[in-house]
Ligand binder design. Structure first.
Ligand SMILES: [Zn+2]
Length: 255
């Protein structure tokens, strides 16, 4: 069976001597894996169309469940600038890890593909100075699209004001709700009103104008710490990409 679709390459894995297994986020089948015969032998157009982040039109032969073969792959956008920028690539690796970990494979997700593609275009066209905030916003928005965004707007149980975030609940909780007998001693972290406001804006504003948000470095580090704790809890492990050290390390292109 021949299937034509559009996909973004999320990651590739070597298979045997010269073959690859490519994981795509597709426009109509969700996340799928497919098999590419010998793309690594030469520097072919076919091979470059399988680089991570590439948006392409692809033809697949075979059933989705049994690793279909990629018979054709044409580049729509290569996004090579994003691949070549260390900070962009580290941030996008984190987004990819979130998508792969929290989205079931093979289940169509109507909003995810257009959202992710738009994100890549925005990241590619944005000025470098504004990118710290933008990178954080992309993580927040992605979590919202796939239904895992933490709640920071008042107590998650009663709605009262709260500045204490509980990673085990994914929400802020007021003193009263947090001190119920079954919750005693659960770890939490304090957050500032500034961080809560920035979080609310990054959810609500269209991403392409979010460079008008000017959070302080402190607000950024506070929220990124909170998101890391939140993700560590929901993934039951630390994200590999959040542990990347400084920019002098070689870029992890293929895993
Ligand atoms: Zn409460």
């Amino acid at each position: 069976m021949l299937t034509r679709t559009e996909g973004i390459v999320l990651k590739t894995q070597k298979y045997g001597e010269a073959d690859l297994i490519v994981t795509y986020l597709t426009s109509d089948m969700g996340i799928i894996s497919a098999f590419a015969k010998s793309p690594r032998k030469t520097k072919s157009r076919f091979g470059s169309s399988l680089e991570p982040l590439t948006h392409g039109k692809i033809s697949l032969w075979g059933k989705e469940q049994s690793l279909p073969k990629i018979t054709q792959s044409d580049i729509v956008s290569s996004f090579h600038q994003l691949r070549e920028s260390y900070t962009d690539f580290v941030n996008i690796s984190k987004l990819i890890e979130i998508v792969i970990s929290l989205t079931p494979a093979g289940i169509p997700h109507e909003r995810l593909f257009p959202f992710f593609l738009n994100l890549l275009h925005i990241l590619q066209s944005s000025e470098h100075a504004a990118k710290d905030a933008l990178h954080l916003i992309t993580v927040i928005r992605l979590l919202a699209v796939i239904g895992y965004a933490p709640r920071l707007k008042g107590c998650g149980k009663c709605g009262n004001e709260s500045l204490a975030f509980y990673p085990d609940s994914g929400t802020t909780l007021c003193t009263k709700c947090a001190s119920s007998p079954d919750r005693r001693g659960k770890p939490f972290m304090r957050i500032s009103n500034k961080a809560i406001h920035f979080y609310a804006h990054s959810m609500e504003w269209p991403i392409h104008i979010s460079n008008r948000l000017k959070p302080s470095p402190q607000t950024l580090s506070e929220l990124s710490g909170l998101l890391d704790r939140h993700l560590t809890f929901i993934l039951s492990k630390k994200l590999r990409s959040s542990g990347f050290p400084g920019a002098s390390n070689p870029m992890p292109v293929r895993s």
